[in-house]
Write a protein that binds this ligand. Structure first.
Ligand SMILES: [Fe+2]
Length: 493
């Protein structure tokens, strides 16, 4: 039996297909097909692509939350109640395309837990989920293990319910500095390095009933208001928000360490994308797994995983649309040598918000000029750094990794750059880098880095997502052609 997992209706819709032997046949984001960033709805393109994997096979549909549980929370909070029928949520035409079948629903935080645990290398784990909100839960801690038949079991140990939410706090502060909540939280995180946490006492007094209990005075779902911390510098607001968020996450991790049976940590939910805060996880757990798509789009895989019920055969995050042909190593090296940068659109698209080498804009990270050059193409805020992608065995020569982080294969954590003066394009204001390490996995990008290293003695490249400003990442070759034309930069396939 094949299992199709669905996440849609709120933000970042996705679809995943898991085979009857636990192979992940497909996992993708609706936005890459509809070209609407963070698209909450499924669209024809992604449904058509996913359904190719179930032709002539028996399959089940699994949805990433329980609409009636969510409706109870919406009713209690005085919010408009969303649709209860999955057919209505998906839309009747797409529902028909998906086979007009019964849809099995799963608890939101449990789907996050399954997306993490069943892709992890662990046989048991303490699972921590921190997001904005599921149906009711905003934070949860679980014991997860496989029984002797290989079936995954989850026991919820503790949870914090709406509206006490770390994710909503971060989103409210994102909105306060004029950024888009549920979208631009990563920009607030980048701003934190430029400010000082001078507002922590004021934030503490005005927003928290008890920081230790993670209890807020007000429902931050509606934001904090434009006048909150009036006159304060945005960078200081960002720094103070990040400081308090890290403090709250540490409170949860201490609790998880105390309640959980296992010393392996699986961490998920949108807050797990905060790679700056993630440097602290190693203080509490030695072995850590954050899958590359820990937010709601990743829950399509979590829903399919719950349907399958066992450990998935996790190999790679390259699970989306395929641009066929071998990885264009020689063309990429040639462009890097002559133009210093190049777009690459090759193989299967990344499942997750980060470009990991298959839909990437790559550049030579050496020297002072490259940051401005790439920024010119990306047309984004100058303060934002770019990420390095590096051969994993060289990471410690160039970066000081946080405690208990020996790799960062999906850009899950920041590290201190040892030579920021030599590589200013990939070092942030505070000399940190959101590093991606590439193991000997036989991937195209691994082979590219090996050739680049052999040619130049430099084992890393600058890596940023290949997307037209305001649009999701490039998905297929026609997107790559549009990018090439608009920015006059070669995209090789
Ligand atoms: Fe979530």
């Amino acid at each position: 039996m094949i299992h199709i997992g669905i996440s849609c209706g709120f933000h970042d819709a996705g679809l995943s297909v898991v085979s009857d032997t636990g192979e992940i046949l497909f996992a993708g984001h609706s936005e890459r097909y509809s070209k609407k960033k963070h698209d909450a709805n499924l669209c024809d393109g992604i449904v058509d692509e996913a359904m190719k994997f179930v032709v002539n096979s028996d399959y089940q549909l699994h949805y990433y939350e329980k609409p009636w549980l969510k409706a109870i929370r919406q009713f209690r909070a005085g919010q408009p109640i969303g649709p209860l029928s999955i057919k209505q949520i998906i839309g009747p035409e797409l529902y028909e395309k998906l086979g007009d079948k019964t849809v099995h629903t799963h608890v939101h935080h449990k789907t996050h837990a399954a997306a993490g645990f069943q892709t992890s290398p662990f046989n048991d784990a303490t699972v921590v989920i921190i997001d904005a909100i599921g149906e009711m839960d905003c934070i949860s801690i679980w014991d997860a293990c496989y029984d002797k038949n290989g079936i995954a079991h989850y026991t919820k140990l503790w949870s914090k319910k709406y509206p006490d939410s770390i994710g909503m706090f971060y989103s409210a502060m994102t909105q306060r500095v004029g950024l888009k909540p549920m979208d631009e939280e990563y920009i607030l995180m980048g701003m934190a390095a430029y400010g000082k946490p001078v507002h922590i006492h004021q934030l503490d007094n005005e927003l928290f009933e008890s920081r230790h209990k993670i209890a807020f005075k007000n429902n931050l779902h509606i934001g904090v208001g434009e006048d909150f911390l009036a006159g304060a510098d945005d960078m200081d607001i960002a720094s103070s928000t990040q400081y308090l968020t890290e403090n709250l996450i540490e409170t949860v991790m201490s609790k998880a360490r105390e309640l959980g049976k296992s010393r392996n940590l699986v961490y998920g939910g949108g807050v797990a994308l905060n790679c700056l805060a993630n440097r602290l996880l190693g203080k509490h757990f030695k072995d850590i797994w954050i899958m590359p798509n820990p937010g709601d789009a990743g829950n399509s895989l979590g829903a399919a995983a719950l349907g399958y019920g066992r450990k998935l055969n996790w190999k790679t995050a390259f699970l989306g649309t395929d641009i066929k042909g071998g990885y264009p190593i020689l063309e990429t090296i040639r462009e890097l040598k002559y133009n210093k940068m190049v777009g690459v659109a090759s193989g299967r698209a990344e499942f997750g918000p980060r470009a990991l080498g298959n839909r990437s804009l790559l550049a030579d990270p050496r020297g002072p000029e490259i940051k401005d050059k790439v920024n010119e193409i990306k047309r984004r805020q100058k303060f934002r750094p770019f990420a390095p992608i590096i051969l994993e065995e060289h990471v410690h020569e160039y970066f000081s990794m946080p405690l208990n982080w020996n790799n960062s294969r999906y850009m899950q954590v920041i590290a201190n750059c040892r030579h920021p003066d030599l590589y200013p394009a990939i070092a942030h204001h505070d000399n940190t880098s959101r590093v991606q390490t590439v193991p000997k996995d036989g991937s195209g990008v691994r082979k590219l880095l090996e050739v680049w290293y052999k040619d130049t003695g430099c084992p890393m490249l600058l890596n940023t997502s290949l997307n037209i400003r305001g649009e999701p990442m490039v998905n297929d070759r026609s997107d790559a052609d549009r990018f090439e034309k608009l920015y006059n930069l070669k995209v090789v396939s």
